[in-house]
Write a protein that binds this ligand. Structure first.
Ligand code: EPZ
Length: 416
């Protein structure tokens, strides 16, 4: 298992390109099955999750090429409706292959999905919505068996604005003649990227970015050449890193309008965020500020995927910081690792309270999930001495060339 060795104390300066959004690419790869014609997807980051999704498509009989961040897919060769359990258990996003495979094959079989161990990750909202669309579902032996022969346009109301459940309904609804609506739909930017992708194929989806989506389905979808939007979580991770270390970093191809919740939280730190022409410039003195209370919420609230990263700011902030993780039950696995580095923090259920310390000390720590691992790297950037972050394969699920980009910005980090 690879690890990062980080010698802390170096400011971040320079410029990096922000990768395509992991959480857009994954549903868009699934949506590519909605047509029989060639699909070209650009700005695709080289990530373990992307590789696993492509392996699942290959298992379904779909050929692809992937080079220079461009994926070319031939969806006409789809020859199976059974999503392989090994890969499905590795990848949470396998669950929204359900919607597109059902759209094409009217049948699907998928194992309960896996992914990062940050909570129960149920799929009850997916199942409930698909059943309301007329899909017959039988669950057993760790698998979900679906039959969509009698699917019909429906008015769905999600009990919770689940990103994945919203995406699954969008995908299946494109193949149902008539209008399907989703109330209390997720409003994340990745939903808008998926809407734009489906519409670029000739679909008719509207309402992304609001809690009400409308999908007019039944038309055959066609070939598309699409560029994925930038990854707001990667951009947020580098912004937090720069605020922590001090310095000036230009994030090229980043969308500031996706990060308002983060900007509003770091405004009490001595930093300036400017944006123009699709780039974000963050400059910071490295002087500590206050954070106060941070509650993770569905978009446009503070993103749960930046919770582990903002914990590091909390660990060294002036005064005390309260973090409330409202989305996932066990998304604090990075906290005992931060305590090894000297963080003063108490956790009770979904609440973590930090008393800011002057500095963190390098230590051997373990990543247990993607974003927790990224947070530990940020802690290593400011810790006194050397930090060893183990299990970097978790981090490589979602960050392309993370150590290379940080080194380019002046961090003393190597991968072993
Ligand atoms: C997506 O996961 C993202 N993953 C996650 O990013 C992100 O944290 C999450 O949305 C929230 O923004 C991808 O897009 C591939 P949800 P998803 O369904 O779709 C509960 C990362 O680090 N829920 O919105 O799985 C669920 O348990 C990853 O990049 C049900 O109860 O998230 C959670 O508490 C991690 N039943 C909440 O809803 C369901 O059927 C949010 O889940 C589905 C979800």
């Amino acid at each position: 298992m690879s690890k990062y060795l980080i010698n802390g104390g170096k400011p971040l300066n320079g410029e990096i390109n922000i990768q395509g959004a992991k959480n857009s690419v994954l549903p868009i790869l699934s949506a590519s099955l909605l047509t029989q014609q060639k699909v070209v997807i650009r700005n695709v980051p080289r990530l373990r999750d992307v590789d696993n999704m492509l392996k699942i498509l290959k298992n379904l009989g779909v050929d692809y090429q992937f080079e220079d961040n461009v994926v070319v897919i031939t969806p006409s060769t789809l020859s199976s409706y059974e999503i392989p359990s090994g890969l499905a258990r590795e990848l949470r996003s396998s669950i929204f292959l359900l919607g597109s495979v059902l759209a094409r094959e009217k049948r699907a079989k998928v194992a309960y999905p896996g992914g990062c161990d940050i909570g129960l990750r149920p799929i009850d909202l997916h199942i409930k919505a698909l059943k309301e669309m007329g899909v017959k579902i039988v669950e057993g032996g760790g698998y979900v068996y679906c039959d969509a022969e009698n699917m019909e346009p429906s008015s769905i109301t999600l009990d919770y604005p689940s990103v994945g459940a919203t995406e699954n309904v969008m995908l299946l609804a494109t193949a149902i003649d008539g209008v399907t609506t989703i109330a209390n739909s997720a409003e994340e930017p990745e939903i808008e990227d998926l809407q734009n992708f489906i519409n670029a194929m000739g679909g008719e989806v509207s309402g992304a970015g609001t809690p009400f989506l409308k999908i007019k389905g039944g038309k055959p979808l066609k070939s598309v050449d699409y560029t994925v939007m930038p990854d707001r979580i990667e951009a947020g991770t580098f912004i937090i890193g720069t605020v922590l270390t001090g310095g000036e970093v230009l994030l090229k191809g980043a969308r500031a309008d996706h990060l308002n919740a983060l900007f509003s939280k770091i405004q009490k730190w001595d930093c300036k965020i400017e944006w123009s022409g699709g780039n974000i410039l963050v400059s910071a003195s490295g002087k500590r500020g206050e954070l106060g209370i941070i509650e993770t919420k569905p978009y446009p609230g503070f993103p749960t995927d930046l919770q582990a990263e903002i914990c590091v700011l909390g660990a060294v902030a002036n005064g005390s910081t309260m973090i409330v993780e409202n989305l996932f039950e066990t998304r604090y696995k990075h906290i005992p690792e931060l305590q090894k580095m000297g963080a003063q923090v108490k956790v009770k259920d979904r609440i973590a309270v930090f008393n800011g310390v002057k500095e963190l000390t390098g230590a051997e720590v373990n990543a247990f999930d993607l974003r927790g691992g990224a947070g530990l790297v940020l802690a290593g950037l400011i810790a006194r001495g050397v930090t060893e972050v183990n299990n970097v394969h978790f981090i490589e699920r979602g960050y392309e060339d993370f150590d290379i980009k940080l080194r380019k910005l002046g961090a003393d980090i190597i991968k072993k």
